[in-house]
Design a protein. Structure first.
Length: 370
């Protein structure tokens, strides 16, 4: 599972651009795809299956994850281990500092370059992740939306500080009911972006998304394989188990170290990541009543967390709820890709099924394992 801040907003309506029909080439009679995309919700086992594919094919992995780009955010993003990174070439991981931003346009630029380089080395580019906005932008082009405006965002943040995000959500419902219906009243990042787009363009975001899509280059032929659970409850159990493992591995200490830097704020994209945002607020609560100059160390986190079990359980519940919502949004995105090849991520032979699809669709490289 990646506790990431997906910037994804599920596409509105069922309209498809012509490029959408290129999402999943790979029938026996079609030419081999330019690359394979292995997509799925958080905790669907994407990383484990990708590593198993490396035992059968000559691949390089391109991350499709908006949280893995940040350095120093390892535990809460389920970043590949040092061993995994050494075993298989990985790309678009640890690119930037958490104070910086990375966009869908940046991803498309970097991914297209990497696909060409990997194919030039005679290997198969395997794009793996759950940031569906990135995947869709690569497959079908970028929505013609206005770019981020720092001044506008600051103004919206100031209003939200006075009125609250539920009130901002109510405002969005009056100007863009279609987008507002998809968002929770507390989903500050996406509410802010939708209001920003309307303020800058004078048009609702739901009207702009998919209306015009631009490709800087020719569309890619992408074989899209989707890992989707047959039983949502089992996926939720996986999410809970993974989060428990993250806490045991020191996730709160990781967030405490990020807070202690002094140059990060909760409004930054990196700190809006699911899990990180909730952990930051939890540590704020723990700090209540402590001298203003005191910052958490690892020992502080452990000691104070044990002193306030009720607060800790609220933090855990909120984190799990936010992660389940993320998974729901990711599955909504996947359902908008009609030609994806769907594999039940809970099936014991899911890795074999994925490998069989790739072997059938890709003339090269040949499988090198069982």
């Amino acid at each position: 599972m990646s506790l990431m801040a997906s910037q994804d907003l599920p596409p509105g309506g069922d309209a498809r651009s012509p490029a959408d029909r290129r999402l999943s080439p790979g029938s026996p009679d079609s030419p081999p795809p330019d690359a394979v995309m292995l997509l799925g919700p958080t905790a669907s086992g994407k990383s484990a299956i990708a590593m198993s594919l490396a035992e059968r094919f000559e691949i390089e992995i391109i991350s499709v994850d908006s949280a893995l780009v940040y350095r120093g955010m390892d535990i809460g993003t389920a970043k590949p281990s040092v061993t995994e990174l050494a075993a298989v070439p990985h790309h678009l991981i640890d690119l930037i500092d958490p104070t910086e931003s990375y966009s869908a346009a940046s991803f498309v630029r970097d991914a297209r370059r990497l696909i060409g380089e990997i194919r030039g080395r005679g290997r198969l580019p395997l794009l793996v992740g759950g940031t569906m906005l990135y995947a869709r932008a690569l497959a079908t082009g970028l929505d013609d939306l206005p770019g981020a405006d720092p001044a506008m965002r600051a103004a919206l943040d100031e209003e939200a500080a006075q009125l609250g995000w539920p009130a901002m959500h109510a405002r969005l419902a009056t100007i863009d009911p279609q987008t507002a219906a998809r968002l929770e009243p507390g989903d500050s990042q996406r509410i802010q972006r939708a209001l920003e787009i309307h303020a800058l363009s004078g048009r609702p975001m739901s009207e702009l998304i998919g209306a015009r899509r631009t490709h800087s280059d020719a569309p890619l032929a992408l074989l899209t394989i989707a890992l989707e659970p047959a039983d949502r409850a089992v996926l939720h159990a996986r999410i809970a188990a993974r989060f428990s493992a993250m806490l045991a591995a020191g996730f709160l200490d990781e967030v405490a170290a990020l807070r202690a830097r002094g140059d990060l704020q909760t409004g930054m994209p990196s700190m809006r990541c699911v899990g990180y945002r909730q952990a930051w607020h939890y540590l704020d609560e723990l700090e209540h009543g402590i001298d203003q100059g005191t910052r958490h160390t690892a020992s502080h986190v452990t000691k104070l967390g044990n002193l306030r079990p009720a607060h800790r359980q609220v933090f855990i519940d909120e984190s799990l709820a936010a992660t389940r919502q993320l998974a729901k949004r990711q599955l909504t995105w996947l359902r908008s890709m009609p030609q994806r090849r769907v594999i039940d991520c809970l099936a014991p032979d899911a890795p074999d099924q994925v490998a069989a699809i790739i072997a059938l669709a890709c003339a090269v490289p040949k499988p090198v394992g069982p």
